[in-house]
Design a protein around this ligand. Sequence first.
Ligand SMILES: Cc1cc2nc3c(=O)[nH]c(=O)nc-3n(C[C@H](O)[C@H](O)[C@H](O)COP(=O)(O)OP(=O)(O)OC[C@H]3O[C@@H](n4cnc5c(N)ncnc54)[C@H](O)[C@@H]3O)c2cc1C
Length: 548
Amino acid sequence: MGDFLRLDQKLERGRLVRTVRAKQERQMLGINQVDFSCGFSRTFSFYSKARRTSRPRSDLQLLTNMEHFDVLIVGAGLSGIGAGARLKMECPNKTFAILEGRAALGGTWDLFRYPGIRSDSDMFTLGYRFRPWNDPKAIADGPSILEYIRETAKEFHLTEKIRYNHRVKKADWSTDEARWTIEAETDAGIVRFTCNFLYLCTGYYDYDKGYTPEFAGMNRFRGKIVHPQKWTEDIDYTDKKVVVIGSGATAVTLVPAMAKRAAHVTMLQRSPTYIVSRPSKDLIANFLRAALPNRAAYTISRWKNVLLGMVFYAVSRKKPAAMKWLIAKGIKKELGEEAVKDFTPSYNPWDQRLCLVPDSDLFTAIRDGKASIKTDQIETFTETGLQLKSGENLDADIIVTATGLVLKLMAGLDLVVDGKPVEMSKTLAYKGMMYSDVPNVASAFGYTNASWTLKCDLTAEYICRMLKYMDKNDFQIATPRVNDSSIEAEPVLDFNSGYVLRALDTLPRQGSKPPWKLHQNYVKDLSMLRYGRLDDGTMEFKSEKVKK
Ligand SMILES: Cc1cc2nc3c(=O)[nH]c(=O)nc-3n(C[C@H](O)[C@H](O)[C@H](O)COP(=O)(O)OP(=O)(O)OC[C@H]3O[C@@H](n4cnc5c(N)ncnc54)[C@H](O)[C@@H]3O)c2cc1C
């Protein structure tokens, strides 16, 4: 009898432990979809009913223990970590978490592992305004940039805020509740959170795959074909013949880096790109750092590079012939008159992003005979390489398809506002960060003609300013509204790169006038975002009596 009693108590204890554990797990994860359908049928039937009858979600929330945050940031890349740091500095009382789809932070700078991976902007403008870049190299390699992002996350205690392996798929806004319900896919199933403000720092391209056009005969090739986005460290190109297809920033980075070990690297381009050399070390910045306090030196160097970049861009747009002449002069000096045709595109400078090479590394590899450029088109892949339209054959052991990215804005997630799916292509971008008729959501989208971070820093600052303003005035909802009938919709990017043109139909648009017009200009954005009015007649602030 005693044995039976002990066994019974043991079983009961086991059941209790399992129940408590399951409860803890559910609390940690929100509700797991698998659990909905088996163990929690009552919860599930309530959930379905709640959906059918639009019962206020706070009831549901009580039942499912969804975690709530004032702000949810999606993405722990350069801009997500910058946004987290900004929230810590400006809005220390706000609760927030960072949902990251991958198992690591750093985004672009963790994903891309191809030889030579580096920035083509200087780090005084690609770095955060609030955290000086101290490396003597202004054009930095990928690992150093990743380390800078990691150090920033550590310094601002953001590492504990990141939920890794949370791939956000859906965001559902309820005006009644003045909050978003976010669905994220995890290895354990779907997890839900709620937040008052959603800040998307998800970058601009598809992480799953890069863009590779369908070339004829690709499966005939007996060597290796690799897209730079899928580069792995075990790819050995020592003494191999390499062809890099493409002429963008990735191709011009790969060619000199691979040429150091490969037998020969050919950059095969369908059309040329403007390429300009720039010293990897910024002598003025390094002098200033030696002479002045660190932060002062960084601020001056940052402004110097912002202004130089703006002047260069403005001259390119206003006097394209002069800029073409100047770029061609640089090529002549590096490689001689003959080479100029391979570096002279049919479009004007800055119609597409201009490529920068540090310390003429690409030109040096070409001069040394380790690399060459071929302007031609692919007829077909063959067993041993490529047959070109001109009839020429290019032998290769490895072909790298540096043919671009697949543009994917706001991570392609489903946004639903009060039960109605949002069609992003029908929205207008407000100040380049929020979207018409979509409340309490912003996205970090950087410049195409300058460093990405310049705009993302300003956006994060603006969001914090707006959140503080809303708290002060007891507003819960901020929605940009198009209330001027003279505003016309225009393409959001005035840029004719392949990856932009391929996705233009799916992107939000910009308006013909501020605050719907994208400036692509740091100084104008600075004055609008740091000092401009928040209650500007376009942003509708509402004080909703939230149903509890
Ligand atoms: C090879 C390369 C070189 C570049 N060099 C420069 C340069 O020199 N200068 C410049 O200005 N720009 C450059 N860029 C652009 C670059 O992407 C930005 O500068 C910057 O790194 C983008 O940071 P981000 O945090 O906004 O986006 P990302 O770095 O793309 O990070 C986005 C993060 O969001 C996560 N995420 C995405 N979707 C979801 C989701 N649904 N759920 C959860 N998490 C999600 C991703 O996993 C990732 O961690 C370069 C881009 C590439 C690809």
